[in-house]
Every structure is written in C-alpha cells, then in structure tokens.
Ligand binder design. Structure first.
Ligand code: NAP
Length: 300
C-alpha cells in the first residue's frame, strides 16, 4: 500500500479548537517588545493559535526566571487583542538548583505569579513542567483542582511525564488531563515506544512535541546520523518545494496521535513558513524510512 498518510486538520485541545502547529517561547526572552510582538504577529499570520511558554523560560538571559512570560505580558499590555485570540499554555514546577517542586503551596503560588507576569486572569492550559518525585499525586491534584475551580487554569496537562506518572495523577483529578508534552522529532523517538503516544490516543489527550527540529540540530546537521535523516527530509521537502523544517513538522504530524509540533524558531521569516508544513504527504514506507534511518536499524 502506498497511499499517503492523512493530512493534519485543526485539533481540539483544552476545549478549544487549535492550530495543528503551536509556537513556543523557550528562546523568546531577551528581545525588545517590538521584536517580541513581531514574532507573535507572524505566528498568528501563519495560522498559529496555540502558544506555549513556561515560567522558567528566560532563566538563561539577563532577565532571568519569568522573563519570557513577562515579555509576553508586555506584548499583551500593548496589544490586548492578541491575548484574546490565543490559546495560551504555560508551565511551572522547575526551580533551578532544586530542581523540581510540585507541592501544593509551590504550585498555587507559581500559577498566581505566572498569571501576574503574563498580565492575564487565566491561561487555557497549565502544564506541570517535569514530574516532582517528592510530591504525592493526590497533593498535586488538590492544588491544580483549586486553581481550576478558581478559573485560573482552564485545563491541566503534563510535560515529560511517564505514562504511569500520568495515570497516577489522573486517578486523583476530578477533571481530565488534557495533554502530554514530550520531546519528539525524527531525532528523538522515545514517545513512539515509551507509551506516551499510545496513552495520548487511549485517553484522548493532546500531544505537544517539543524541539521538533531536535533543538535546531536538523537545521544544521553535525553528524552522520543527522545528515542521513536530513537527506530523507530534504527529498520530501524537494517534492513539495518546502523547507526541510516544514517536511520535518509534517513527519511529526503524520503520527495518528496527531502530535502538535511546537515550533521553536524566533526568526520571523521562518515563523512565516509554518504553513508549508501542511503540504507534504508521507507514504508509510517513506515515514518508516525516516524512523529506521534515525534508529540506525531496520524494524523486524
Ligand atoms: P526546535 O524547533 O527543535 O529548534 C528551534 C531552534 O532551531 C531555534 O534556535 C532555531 O533558530 C533553530 N533552527 C536552526 N535552523 C532552523 C530552521 N531551518 N528552521 C527553524 N529553526 C531552525 O524547537 P525548540 O526551540 O528546541 O523547542 C520548541 C518549543 O518546545 C520551545 O519553545 C518550548 O515551547 C518547547 N519546549 C518544551 C520543553 C519541555 O520540557 N516541555 C523543552 C524544550 C522546549 P532561529 O530561532 O534562529 O530560527
């Protein structure tokens, strides 16, 4: 069978219709407000409606912890209509040097401070950034249920969780966990085999794929494996006259869990190219060829 895998369509997440591609703000802090706004505008023009940030983004810049959220808050202060059109996702629970805290008191305060920085009353999606091994899921659930009831967070997701950590938390939450967020790209294949994509489909959870270009490694391949994967992506890109990045996002989106790649580029020209990713179609054989090339072995 050589029929093409299905085309991406708009998806439902946290009770909202969202674009099949999100735009992320890990690398957002440090820009001035005009530059920041131009990136957000470019993402909207490219059809993006789902935006992903985190309280810790910017911790590697002079503005420090919170500065990516604060910069987005400044954009909203200048252009409140942008906030209204956006499905906004943020995260918390990482503290540099600790490294994780999901205690009820910490999460309650982290959510409040994030909302203040973002200059918004609520976010549509709030995600636990990484699992805290020292907090019982019942305690996490209590804090998140309180924030949800108070209208501060529209829906709850997890990031970098295992399927069993997710199930343990879901057991104590009165509302569904709506999303996973894990690293997934042609260079990082774990969710295909660790049960995360299976659980996303089983439970009807959205799946957000972080670092869909391998954190940029696919933009500038530096080793033989990456070059071999890039050359298959280039062949698909050439067929549709799109960029390698677009072909990469389309490979990610071809999985039946309908992963949402979180595009990380901060370059306005590249942000504008996002819609190119909806053109390429993969046959099964081509999609598996990228997988097997990345694995460096044939599937049995
Ligand atoms: P990525 O899309 O894999 O990498 C983006 C980086 O690649 C940028 O520095 C970009 O530089 C560079 N790049 C090089 N060539 C490129 C090309 N041809 N096209 C596009 N970009 C190219 O994603 P990421 O930034 O690592 O992560 C994306 C988002 O995932 C983040 O913003 C964040 O929202 C989320 N994330 C989540 C976690 C988590 O733990 N939950 C962890 C990491 C990231 P330019 O900006 O110069 O284009």
């Amino acid at each position: 069978m050589s029929e093409n895998l299905p085309a991406p369509a708009s998806l439902s997440l946290a009770g909202h219709e969202v674009s099949p591609i999100a735009w992320g703000m890990w690398r957002f802090a440090g820009a001035d407000v005009a530059t920041a706004r131009a990136r957000v505008d470019a993402a909207f023009e490219a059809g993006v409606t789902l935006f992903d940030t985190a309280d810790i983004y910017g911790c590697d810049t002079p503005g420090g912890f919170g500065s990516a959220e604060a910069l987005l808050g400044e954009v909203f202060a200048e252009a409140p209509q942008l906030r209204e059109r956006m499905v906004l996702a943020t995260k918390g629970g990482i503290i540099l040097g600790v490294p994780y805290d999901s205690s009820a008191a910490y999460l309650a305060s982290a959510i409040d401070i994030s909302l203040r920085r973002l200059r918004t009353e609520h976010v549509e999606l709030w995600q636990i950034h990484r699992p805290d091994l020292l907090t019982h899921p019942q305690e996490i659930a209590r804090a998140l249920e309180d924030a949800h009831r108070a209208g501060k967070i529209g829906a709850i997701g997890v990031s970098n969780f295992t399927p069993s950590q997710t199930a343990a938390l879901a057991r104590f939450l009165p509302v569904p966990l709506v999303s996973h967020q894990s690293e997934f790209s042609p260079l990082h294949l774990d969710p295909l085999f660790d049960g995360i994509l299976d659980q996303s489909m089983e439970c009807g959870m959205g799946f957000l794929a972080w670092s869909p270009l391998g954190g940029g490694r696919l933009g500038d391949p530096a080793d033989e494996r990456t070059r071999a994967v890039a050359s298959l992506l280039d062949a698909k890109a050439g067929e549709y006259d799109v960029s390698r990045a677009a072909a990469t996002y389309s490979w990610v989106m071809a999985h039946p869990a309908r992963p949402i790649p979180i595009v990380g580029t901060q370059n306005v020209t590249r942000i504008r190219e996002i819609p190119q990713a909806f053109a390429p179609r993969w046959t099964r054989a081509e999609w598996y060829a990228v997988l097997q090339t990345s694995m460096g072995e044939k599937l049995p």
